[in-house]
Write a protein that binds this ligand. Structure first.
Ligand SMILES: [Zn+2]
Length: 369
C-alpha cells in the first residue's frame, strides 16, 4: 500500500483485542475485530491466531467491494459478516465480534429480540436468524437485521455470538460490555438463572512419558479409573480437565442427551453428548469425536491432545451448559440441526489440523530469526 500501511490502526486493533481478552469477552482465537480505514477498505484480525500472538503484519487489509486481500495471513472467516455490516452502516467504522457467554446463551432461546435493561435504561437487542458461520447466508441475515433495527449498535447472531458496532473502538467495546450485562440480567430474570461462568477444575491429569500424571495428589481411585478409561480408548488425548463448574454440575445431575445449542459446542465438543444416569453407563460414552465425558452428579471430564485444547473444551462446555439450562428454564429454544452440527464438526477438525501445522511453522520461523 502506498499512502500508508495503517500501522497505527493495526496496533490499535491488537490493543483492543488484548483488552477484550483481559476482561473475558474474547477467548483464545474466537471472535474477531475490524476497523474501516477507507470507504472500501477494512483491516481485520486473521483466522485462527491466538490474541497473544498477534502482530501488526498479521492484521489483514480486505477490500469491501470484492473481499480481495493480500499477504500471508488469511482474514477471519467471518469477514463477510463484517463487510456486510459496514455496507449497511455507513456510520460504523469499528466492529467487534465475540463469543461472549451470556449474550451467546441468550441467543439460543429462539427469540427475535432480547428485552432487558442496563443500569436504568431499557435495552432491546435484536437476534439475527441462524445461518452457518462463514457463509454468505449469515452475512445476509446480519445485514437484514441491521437494516430492520436501524441505529442499533449491537446484535446477537443466533446460536453463535455477538456483533458490536461503533463509530470507533470505544463505542463498539461499550456495546459488547453493555450487552453482556444486559443479557446476564435477562437470563437471571427470565430464566431464573443464577450461575457463575468459568472452569472449576477438580481432578485433572495429563500424559507424561507415556504415563498418567494426576495433578491432585489424593485423586480417588474411582476418578483414576475414569481417567484410565479415557486414555485407553482415546489415544489422541494427552490432557484431561475435570470440570465441576456450576452449570456443568447442574447438567450432570440430570440424565439426558445434550444437543448443541452453540456453534463452538458443535465444533469442539461434538454433535451430541449423553449424560448418563448411573456410573455403569459412563464408559459407553467415551466416543471418538466427542471430547467430554459426563459423570452423574460429578461434572464432566474435558479432553484434548494439548492442554489448550482441553481448556477450550472445558470453557465451551461450561458455556454450552449455561445455554442448555437457559433453554430448559425458558421452556423453548433453537437447537442446531444435526446436519449443520456434523458439517461444522467435520470442517473444524479438518481446518484445525491444518492450522495447527501453520502455527507450528510460524513458531519455528520465529525461533530462527
Ligand atoms: Zn464467531
Amino acid at each position: 500500500m502506498s499512502k500508508t500501511d495503517y500501522l497505527e490502526e493495526k496496533q490499535h486493533i491488537i490493543e483492543v483485542s488484548r483488552y477484550l481478552h483481559e476482561i473475558g469477552l474474547l477467548v483464545r482465537t474466537w471472535g474477531n475485530i475490524s476497523s474501516r480505514v477507507e470507504d472500501d477498505l477494512m483491516l481485520i484480525t486473521p483466522s485462527g491466531i491466538m490474541y497473544d500472538d498477534l502482530t501488526p503484519e498479521m492484521i489483514v487489509p480486505v477490500k469491501l467491494s470484492d473481499m480481495s486481500y493480500k499477504g500471508d495471513f488469511k482474514p477471519s472467516s467471518e469477514m463477510l459478516v463484517h463487510a456486510a455490516a459496514y455496507r449497511v452502516r455507513k456510520d460504523a467504522d469499528f466492529i467487534v465480534h465475540t463469543h461472549q457467554v451470556f449474550a451467546s446463551c441468550a441467543g439460543t432461546l429462539g427469540m427475535k429480540k432480547i428485552f432487558s435493561y442496563y443500569e436504568d435504561d431499557d435495552v432491546t437487542i435484536p437476534v439475527a436468524p441462524y445461518a452457518l458461520p462463514g457463509t454468505k447466508q449469515l452475512a445476509d441475515s446480519v445485514a437484514r437485521t441491521l437494516r430492520k433495527f436501524k441505529g442499533t449498535n449491537g446484535i446477537i447472531m443466533s446460536n453463535h455470538g455477538t456483533l458490536c458496532l461503533g463509530r470507533n473502538s470505544k463505542e463498539a467495546i461499550f456495546e459488547a460490555m453493555m450487552m453482556e450485562t444486559a443479557c446476564n440480567n435477562f437470563l437471571t430474570d427470565v430464566c431464573k438463572m443464577d450461575v457463575t461462568q468459568g472452569v472449576e477444575e477438580m481432578f485433572s491429569s495429563h500424559i507424561e512419558d507415556g504415563k498418567i500424571v494426576y495433578d491432585v495428589k489424593d485423586t480417588p481411585e474411582r476418578v483414576k479409573t475414569i481417567h484410565k478409561q479415557i486414555y485407553g480408548k482415546r489415544s489422541d488425548v494427552n490432557f484431561i480437565i475435570h470440570n465441576k463448574s456450576d452449570a456443568i454440575m447442574t447438567v450432570s445431575r440430570r440424565a439426558n442427551n445434550m444437543r448443541p445449542l452453540l456453534d463452538d459446542f458443535a465444533q469442539l465438543i461434538g454433535t451430541s453428548v449423553r449424560i448418563p444416569s448411573n456410573e455403569g453407563e459412563i464408559y459407553n460414552n467415551i466416543k471418538k469425536n466427542v471430547n467430554v465425558l459426563f459423570v452423574p452428579n460429578d461434572g464432566a471430564y474435558c479432553f484434548g491432545s494439548t492442554y489448550e485444547d482441553a481448556e477450550a473444551v472445558a470453557m465451551v462446555l461450561d458455556k454450552g451448559c449455561i445455554a442448555y439450562m437457559s433453554v430448559m428454564r425458558n421452556g423453548e429454544g433453537h437447537y442446531l440441526s444435526m446436519f449443520d452440527c456434523i458439517r461444522m464438526n467435520r470442517n473444524y477438525r479438518k481446518n484445525y489440523s491444518k492450522l495447527a501445522d501453520t502455527v507450528r511453522e510460524l513458531k519455528e520461523d520465529d525461533k530462527e530469526t
